[in-house]
Design a binder for this molecule. Sequence first.
Ligand SMILES: [Zn+2]
Length: 235
Amino acid sequence: MAKIGMDYGHGGSDPGAVYSGRRESADVLRLGLAITDKLRAAGLTVGESRNGDTAVSLMQRSRLSNERADEYFLSIHRNAFRPETAKGAEVFVHPTASDDAVNLARSIQSALTAVGFVDRGVKRANFYVLRETRAPAVLLEVGFVDNSEDNDLFDREFDNIVSGVSQAVLTHIGQSGLHVNKPSLQADLEVLCQHGILQSPAYWEQNATTGQTVRGDYVAVLIQRIAAYLRNLEN
Ligand SMILES: [Zn+2]
């Protein structure tokens, strides 16, 4: 099962952004824990950099993820600028991020704008956890802590934010064909060719992999041939 690293920003002696008694560290812990619950309920293995109000260094956050060999890494934050001026959600990736990370960031950003956050877009930044974490990494800024409208939205739409972000991750994992490893894909394609089920292994090797797409009519032919082969075996 896919392994996800969940990183709830700040914590302990570092509250993150603070505005009229509201702490970023508490908001992102509450939100992150709820997303983690959803992902675990869907069968994913989730590792966390903290699960209470404790301080964790940036170095530890990335190191923990790298040690767990996460397949994706989500860092949850809330933004701040000047009281009651900026609002909206944005998702960051590293300047050298893979398409895989960018696509995940886009899906999550869509989920955040769908619940009502102003769309500040997917952005690139050289943040420590994005740079030092090996898994495709995204950093969410779920509205501004120093904006009352964003805080109202955060509280009112909390459940929808949780299910939207979780669904974006689950859908992305489904589409990205995780756990495909190249040598075994080649060996499997060879077997299918030997049995006349496939004729163009190069096409499948190139396209049946993370981040690529395969034509639906080709998949239909593949399914028909596998079914025909199995029926033959039964007879
Ligand atoms: Zn933060």
